[in-house]
Each structure stands twice: as C-alpha cells, then as structure tokens.
Design a protein around this ligand. Sequence first.
Ligand code: GLP
Length: 242
Amino acid sequence: MRIIKAKDYAEMSRKAANIIAAQVIAKPDCVLGLATGGTPVGTYKSLIEDWYKVGDLSFAEVTTVNLDEYRGLPRTNDQSYWYFMHENLFNHVDVRPDAVHVPNGENPDAEAACAEYDAIIKAVGGVDLQLLGIGHDGHIGFNEPADHFPVGTHCVDLTEETIEANKRFFASRDDVPRQAYTMGVGTIMNARKVLLIASGADKAEIVKKSFFGPVTPEVPASILQMHPDFTLVADEAALSLI
Ligand code: GLP
C-alpha cells in the first residue's frame, strides 16, 4: 500500500489525475475502472483541463468500465451514474462512445444485468487501473458492509447510511433508489492497479479503519490492504487520524 498525502481536495484531485494520465500514456489502449460520487469530480476536471485540453492526453483508445449504477434509473435521469460520467468526463474528452460501459440499471432482471456486465469486463480483458472513492461505512462501488466479500457484479440493497449520504443529489430522500448493481470486490481486487481517493475530515475515521485496521468484509475497503498495487491519495483532513 502506497499513501500519497495531498494538502487539500484540489491537490488530491491533481495527484490522482496524474496517476490516471500516467496509466493512459504508458498504455493508451488500457481499461480504466471509473467511479462516481463527489470525490472524483475534481480528478475528472483535472484530467480534462490539465491533461486533455493541453493536448497531453488522449482517451481515443481507452475503454472504461464503471463500478456501479442505481437499479431502475434510466440513463437519461440526471442522477444515474451513466449521466454523471458523461457530464463529468466522457462528454469532454475523445473517448469513443462504444468504449464506455456502466452497468445497465434499466434492466430490471438483476441476474441478467449483472451477468452481462461481468461478461463485458471479461471481454475487455479486465481492469488496468481502478479508481475508487470510499463511503462512510467503508463501501467501495456499492459493496456495503457484509459477512463476506462478493466476487462478481451483483445487486445490492443500499444501507440506510448510504441512502442518507446520497440523498443530497436527489430532490428528496424518497427519490434515492434502494438498490444498485455493483462490480464485486473480487473484480476490484483483480484490477492490476487500484487508486482510492479520499478527502475531508468526515472520511478520516473510515480511512483509518479501512487501511490501519483489520481486513474484514464489515469494512469492504479494508481488503485493499491485500492488493499488490494499491495507492491511496488522500488530503490532510482525511489522513488526520493516522
Ligand atoms: C457512492 C458511490 C461510491 C462512492 C461513494 C462516496 O455510494 N457508489 O463509489 O465512493 O458514494 O461518495 P463521495 O465521494 O461523494 O463521498
């Protein structure tokens, strides 16, 4: 585990973007595993502004697979992760539209939607670099605390804590979907490199628990301690309890 300390959110975002850019420069046809949430917004902005727009980076050969999607939200809904990724990254760079993948939240058949997504990940050859945020309960993607680490893509019931945390993006709490399709912890662990970003004092407790506590499915992110190429980029506030 490598820890890179940034002084604030802006610096964390630039440092994370630099690592992603380095991956794409070293392997232009790589597979990037991408994440949503508030934390990666600055990273995507830096990739666009500091790398793509100045002509130092192209996504023309890149394939992307996103971690998760709400079950039941159409792609046109502005809270779907499909929409988020287009708004925050895909619409601003030269990635090919047919090279971006997000679980199909519009397919009500959970088993089929998840199997289809695992087949896509397999077909593209697995993930070269997986970007992650972290939930306050230690969830990665939407892998919530559990008694085991799920392997492949599966349908999850979101915890009350996650619904509460994500309601800020919706008109009301009732509008937050109760389920999601998410890549499994096994798929995340199979990524050749993993990069987790964390910012803010509200993440300090879970950062400490995840990376300096026991490895347990009760804290899903803790398994990253076992990953052979795991980098945590966090700001001073998120690292304040370490
Ligand atoms: C959601 C996403 C996660 C993300 C988490 C934290 O639940 N499914 O991938 O890491 O939120 O989000 P934030 O970065 O806004 O704290």
